[in-house]
Design a protein. Structure first.
Length: 98
């Protein structure tokens, strides 16, 4: 009986934490095709169109912000790992498509 209660507590805690870190933001048109890169070489022939940063106390899909400033590629400049997931905190949006 006690083991069942502990298992239920562990499962519900895990679900609550997953809800806190899950990004449920809907993607704007074009965001699904945004490339996310971490190497400067990947954007060497592209045009920078703006800086993007995760708003405080929000979980916004950075691809949406990239499209919002006219980009199609996000060069990550700052990220943070939490619970084994890498979260992008800021980057530079580039237009790379020809």
């Amino acid at each position: 009986m006690m083991r069942d209660v502990l298992n239920l507590f562990a499962a519900s805690t895990g679900l609550m934490l997953a809800g806190c870190i899950t990004n449920t933001t809907a993607l704007v048109p074009g965001a699904v095709s945004v490339r996310i890169v971490r190497s400067e070489a990947d954007v060497a022939s592209c045009t920078a169109v703006g800086n993007v940063r995760q708003p405080p106390d929000q979980n916004v899909d950075m691809r949406n912000l990239t499209v919002g400033v006219g980009g199609d590629t996000l060069f990550v400049t700052e990220s943070q790992s939490q619970f084994g997931v890498d979260y992008i905190k800021s980057g530079v949006a580039y237009r790379c498509s020809k």
